[in-house]
Design a protein around this ligand. Structure first.
Ligand code: ARG
Length: 453
């Protein structure tokens, strides 16, 4: 099977270097997006009257055949048996097999440079939509959990520096997690919108095409606002692949932080949370063990994906404008972050839904470590004591209580109920925050950002 070039070469490619240059395996996931892109290119060719209607029909029929082969797995087997460095070459070859003659017209006015850029953008948009949906699903589940804990009045000792800080509602902690994932979803939304603006298809290798391609028709068909404005920029940027990878890294870093707390909460020493049997793992040696592995693995992925993302961004340092083969490495790294980030978030959501809380134990311990001290000082300030004096007086009370082994004269629940500021842990404010978060999630479900997925 011949490569997509050859006329000017007098020797076949070196097999080992060809294999080294292959991104075929990681590209397989891009196959359906290439077909969508190729269909739009057929429209651009036909719109510019570069090919006949009969050829356009034959090409579209062949693309449909390949679509079926992708679903059945037959295409992956075919592609792996070809010498092509990427999925785009393999699809082109299969089209030429299925539609002899017409197939040779598909690549007119097209380079793999604009083909890769466009295919990748379609994939990016799809993955950003998915990331937003997963983030909102997590936030939605968290809202439901928080409402249940709010109704139950569960308290917990809020920590800073991992030291007891102030009593909070467990619903407040959960709502904070909901805020994190609502923000994550908004970051994905931005990528969906940005990847629906400028369509690279028709940019050719660097400078555009001398053929009268109907770029506007292609852009419309692919859900972009318009054709891109600068061919060289369009084929040379990987900004949005990096942006969606970044959105995944950020979401996973958030999941990693939440996981850390849950891992500790699941220890017997804390005994605040329990991960169900289905989600926990045992030890091959220690019969008593029940380990919260999913949260430990999610915790580790924050760092792992951060490293892969840094690698992707690093490949662009010092890279001149336009296409360079380095961009294949950028693409592969971004895709690995996306795929792993997506799986991590799904696992995180699943593990979260397997967590239950020991309400009594958490509530009972919410005042441990003199967590109401700040509220006692606030009470003094409210009746005219200066902040400095109030701090000193309550500090002395804490020292005395610690010596004498007793608690401070304020209950943890009263401290929570007394909170007055917007966004505080008071039950009223937590209920309000949950309502606002739920309204945001519902509005997002009604109005997804523009652009075909
Ligand atoms: N396989 C390459 C990539 O994924 C696309 C080929 C680009 N063009 C080229 N002249 N090698 O980035």
């Amino acid at each position: 099977m011949s490569l997509q070039w050859g006329g000017r070469f007098s020797a076949p490619p070196d097999a080992e270097l060809l294999a080294f240059g292959s991104s075929l395996e990681e590209d397989l996931v891009l196959a359906p997006f290439d077909l969508t892109c190729s269909r739009a290119h057929v429209a651009a060719l036909r719109g510019g009257e570069i090919i006949s209607q009969a050829d356009a029909d034959a090409l579209n029929d062949a693309l449909s055949v390949v679509a079926g082969e992708i679903v059945s797995g037959e295409f992956a087997r075919f592609a792996r048996g070809t010498p092509f460095e990427d999925i785009h070459g393999a699809i082109d070859a299969r089209i030429r097999e299925i539609a002899p003659g017409s197939g040779d017209l598909l690549h007119a006015g097209r380079s793999r440079n604009d083909q890769v850029a466009t295919t990748l953008l379609l994939y990016v948009r799809h993955c950003a939509r998915d990331g937003a949906a997963i983030s909102r699903a997590i936030a939605g589940d968290i809202v439901a959990k928080a409402r249940a804990e709010l109704a139950a009045g569960t308290l917990v000792a809020g920590i800073t520096h991992w030291q007891p800080a102030q009593p909070i509602l467990l619903a407040f902690w959960l709502e904070a997690v909901g805020e994190m994932f609502a923000r994550a979803a908004r970051r994905f939304d931005v990528v969906v919108t940005d990847s629906s603006v400028a369509c690279p298809l028709g940019s050719g290798a660097i400078a555009g095409s001398s053929l009268p391609l109907d770029r506007a028709a292609a852009a419309r068909a692919l859900g972009f606002k318009a054709p891109s404005c600068n061919a060289m920029d369009a084929i040379g940027t990987r900004d949005l692949a990096l942006d969606v990878a970044h959105a995944y890294v950020r979401a996973v870093v958030d999941a990693s932080r939440v996981s850390e707390e849950l891992v500790l909460w699941c220890t017997p020493a804390f005994g605040y949370a329990r991960l169900s049997d289905e989600a926990s793992t045992g030890s091959s040696l220690m019969p008593q063990k029940r380990n919260p592995d999913p949260f430990e693995l999610v915790r580790s992925q924050g760092a792992a994906l951060n490293g892969a993302y840094a690698g992707a961004l690093g490949t662009l340092c010092g890279l001149a404008l336009s296409y360079h083969r380095d961009l294949q490495t950028t693409k592969a790294l971004c895709m690995s972050v996306i795929v792993k980030g997506n799986a991590t978030m799904r696992a995180f959501g699943r593990a979260l839904s397997n967590v239950t809380f020991d309400r009594e134990r958490m509530t009972e311990r919410a005042g441990d470590g003199f967590t109401v001290a700040t509220d006692l000082a606030d009470a003094l300030i409210a009746v005219g004591t200066t902040a400095r004096d109030a701090h000193a007086q309550v500090g002395e009370q804490v020292a005395a209580a610690e010596r004498e082994g007793r608690d401070l004269p304020l209950g943890a629940r009263a401290a929570v109920d007394e909170k007055k500021t917007a966004g505080s842990t008071s039950p009223g404010e937590v209920a309000r925050a949950l309502d606002a978060l739920e309204a945001e999630l519902e509005a997002a479900a009604r109005t997804m950002p523009d652009g075909a997925s």
